[in-house]
Design a protein around this ligand. Structure first.
Ligand code: HBI
Ligand code: FE
Length: 290
């Protein structure tokens, strides 16, 4: 994906062949644990009524024996009981094939560092707050846990087809920035949204972005931006439907079709789209004018 420039091509010194490193939980400072607690309390207060009920149920898995940054050993034991997943530490972004191999084997790779105090609201590389608070609650959900493992297997196949750019968009618009239609209204579940104090409000309440019903091929045609709030969010009807469509679809012919079709920009709308809220794009326009 677009962040490839940050990725080394072999494990750095101290990392194993699969790129994992010890979390070194004992080495976190008081200040680092306190940063986690600030971020955690802020989101815990903001998310009820905004995050999917399935995410909120999963947050309990993070309630460990002590506050601060979770110890991956203890966290993995709890997650293993729930869905057979574990959390392993990595030094930062890892190559795509390594990432997918971990997912396919139910290992979620998490950065072990935490953002600085002057970066509470924005950072480019995934830190332990994004990776653990953002991703782990959904991994405690059996259906979503299966979806992530299926995505890992699909990723390994996409690499063989040279179709990774298309498949990466599925990850982006579901795992990272997905919305879901629940009985009580639209909710957020994407890790990039739930771990962001600003975007967890923007994604649901702001008039600027489009919110469009999820369609697998449509999503895989759509470019995304990594440096600001999204201009479009795709809304799934349920996690069961997301899992079903990904395991039942034969991606090979779909990749061949996508190869022949032009990509769409994040703000494009097609006649066949089911538009749930038509965005003004005011936010993006204002940003572009700055
Ligand atoms: N590495 N640590 C880490 N975290 C990711 O989310 C990640 C990665 N490497 C590659 C990658 N993501 C992409 O291939 C996917 O987002 C598609
Ligand atoms: Fe992420």
């Amino acid at each position: 994906m677009q962040t490839e420039s940050h990725v080394l091509d072999k494990p750095p010194p101290g990392a194993a062949d699969d790129w994992t490193i010890p979390q070194d939980w004992e080495r976190y400072t008081e200040e680092e644990h306190a940063t986690w607690d600030i971020l955690f309390d802020r989101q815990r207060r903001q998310l009820p009524g905004r995050a999917s009920e399935r995410f909120l149920a999963g947050v309990d898995v993070l309630k460990l024996s002590r506050p601060g940054i979770p110890d991956f050993e203890e966290l993995s034991a709890r997650l293993m009981d729930a869905t057979g997943w574990k959390v392993v530490a990595v030094p930062g972004l890892v190559p795509d094939d390594v990432f997918f191999d971990h997912l396919a084997n139910r290992r979620f790779v998490a950065g072990n560092f935490i953002r600085r105090r002057d970066q509470l609201d924005y950072l480019q590389e995934p830190d332990v707050f994004h990776d653990v608070f953002g991703h782990v609650p959904m991994l405690a959900d059996p259906t979503f846990a299966d979806y992530m493992a299926a995505y890992g297997r699909g990723g390994l196949r996409a690499l063989e087809f040279g179709a990774l750019d298309h498949l990466a968009r599925l990850y982006w618009y579901t795992v990272e920035f997905g919305l879901i239609a629940e009985p009580d209204g639209m909710r957020i579940y994407g890790s990039g949204i739930v771990s962001s104090h600003g975007e967890s409000v923007f994604a649901l309440d702001d008039p600027s972005p489009n919110r469009i019903a999820f369609d697998l091929k449509r999503v895989m045609r759509t470019n995304y931006r990594i440096d600001d709030y999204q201009q479009v969010y795709f809304v799934i009807p349920s996690f069961e439907e997301l899992l079903r469509v990904t395991v039942e679809t034969d991606f090979a012919p779909l990749y061949a079709e996508l190869e022949r079709e032009s990509d769409l920009g994040p703000a494009d709308v097609l006649p066949e789209d089911v538009v749930l809220t038509a965005g003004t794009q005011d936010y993006a326009r204002q940003k572009a004018a700055e």
